[in-house]
Design a protein around this ligand. Sequence first.
Ligand code: GLV
Ligand code: MG
Length: 362
Amino acid sequence: MRSSKDFFRPLAVGAPEPVREIPARPSRAIHFFDPSNAKMAAKIPAMVGTVDVLLGNLEDAVKADNKVAAREGLVTIAQETANLGGQSGPTQLWTRINALDSPWVLDDLTTLVPAIGEKLDVIMVPKVQGAEDIHYIDRILAQLEAKAGITKPILVHAILETARGVANIEEICGASPRMQGLSLGPADLAADRRMKTTRVGGGHPGYLVRQDPASSAEDDILAARTTYQQDLWHYTIARMVDACAMHGIYPYYGPFGDIADVVACEDQFRNAFLLGCVGTWSLHPKQIAIANRVFSPSVADIKHARRVVAAMGDGTGAVMLDGKMEDDASLKQCLVMVELAEKLAAIDPELKAAYDAISLED
Ligand code: GLV
Ligand code: MG
């Protein structure tokens, strides 16, 4: 057992001090790109400032023959793109490394940390099974940071995409002060759980509840009845939100593979936002706009939240507003929204203008 007193000591001599708080940096859309794809890579510089996070993907969706090119491409992009990554840029730089049981992951880490460690904000680790996976990454990152003289710890984000990972979710979130957050990996998770779906994220028309029949007569049983599709991911997202909140880190939706279905994509993202997630992945530029819209509180919500804050005075007691009771607890919810709006307004001028234009009078 490691003493809690040692938890914030660097894991290698000369490595930076672990952080005590994970910064709440806007990360509504984590836009994935394949650094081995020259066409995609060429678009990256122009995307800086238009998306909260750019993520160079080295894992699934990159062909085995392109693994080295993707790794090297990411180094070049990070070195040559201005204002990308690091503490102050408008767009964070993340990467998704290969899985810990792959032959590529060690080279991913030993190449990326010395070459671009100061610019890499977060390393996403796929198929995390338990705290032992995070401990492995934690130590090796400390060793590499120490060797390279990196001045701030690189944060770690785990993808939840195995049944064991879900079962071990709390220990994963608490395994290291580097833990920044969790994403849902619905495609791998479905396969690992032996779910009977064949898609990347989203619902399924077969997963539903049906209205009761009017009677138990056969005609009524066979008659048309209203059905409602249910959310396959509700349980997992809810577990992620609780585990992350408990450990002061951030939950994210993951990939939504049906790029054409922008409506269902928006619904899934919004469910995740309402449950407590702070962002999602984007697999296509059109999903960036959806994520930015969904993961930013609406003007109507901010107007209501500000009215509650104003009406609640010192924050205690209860008031009636538009026929509804507001009290200390509803005020706390409103403050979550107001604080998020302030953080987003600081980096998004359009959103700032919309929030600034809110009048509490009309
Ligand atoms: C993402 O990596 C997934 O498996 O859904
Ligand atoms: Mg996966």
